[in-house]
Design a protein around this ligand. Sequence first.
Ligand SMILES: Cc1ncc(COP(=O)(O)O)c(C=O)c1O
Length: 372
Amino acid sequence: MTPSPFQLERYFAVHEFTARYLLCSSDPESMSITDLLAFEPGSMEGLGRLRLGYTEYPGAPELRQEIATLYKSIDMENLIVHTGAQEAIFSFVHSMLKPGDHMIVHMPGYQSHYSIAEAAGVSVSPWLARESEDWALDPDELETLVRAETKALLICAPHNPTGYLPERERFDAIVEFARRHGLWLFSDEVYRGLEHDPAARLPAACDVYEKAISLGALSKSHGLAGLRVGWVAARDRNVIAAMSTFKDYLTICNSAPSEYLASVALRHTGALIERNTSIVRNNLAILDTFFARHREILEWRRPSAGTVAFPRLKRGDAERFCAEVLEHTGVLLLPSTLLEYGNEHFRIGFGRRNMPEVLQIFDNYLREHGSK
Ligand SMILES: Cc1ncc(COP(=O)(O)O)c(C=O)c1O
């Protein structure tokens, strides 16, 4: 069965390249190839010399060696690189789950976390974040969701769209639940590294649990979404073998120039992430003031990690609100209807350098129309 349309992507297909101002993007500030290669003398010449043949199916060894340095218990044989995190999610579901299986999924969330599984005949139970507790997950609830057919638990931390990051104790309780029931723990960690307080960073799930699959990418923390480089890291080599076999029917191997650029980026992970977290921290301080000013109509739950948050509109409906803001100002927000979470919230993105200017346009609009 074909998965139901990816609503967020269909919305971006219409607006991302036509809206004057983006204020809901989850990918932070990107950079040019020249700026990226400036981190490493000689790399521009290296790119010019690169041969454009097929590359090794799990990802170039040089690239996998760099990715492995992000983990404690992973070497290059425990990794498979994909065309973005998105391809890896698709491949995991089709390689490791079968019709009739059941999966518990952290929600509200990224639609491919559940729509791909549903289309593959896997039943999905939402594990709902608790808004009143700053979007916290309650590990005790998991025992009420698990069934005999449950094969996997999917979490996303740091979370899109709420910016929630569990504390270590809660994360350990989630891992313990997965271990107790022998479940795959598919852990979407594409925003890992963008914790607003670096001390809050969680270990990668694959480093603490033998049946965890950690999903990583260069799209978010490194700000290089156009490279289309994502991967899974898993201690269980059967996962890597099954996903490799499936990848033969997807992209076969990755783009050679992207693999080269990705290797350079990974050698400068610290600098790239620092660049993005400093943009995020600066923007968050501005958002705090903005939401305090508009507290009569907007409810702000400050995120703890990543580039997005999910404020609530205290009156009116989010879809209409976002459409009106776009029409009057050219500022693009993302209504919660597209994330299948009622009609009261919208996603706001704060990873871009121009956020203060775009927010000012939104602010002016609210000052004029906010009380209506
Ligand atoms: C939580 C989450 N997972 C996966 C992806 C897909 O990432 P990529 O662009 O690397 O395919 C996104 C993109 O927005 C995301 O937010």
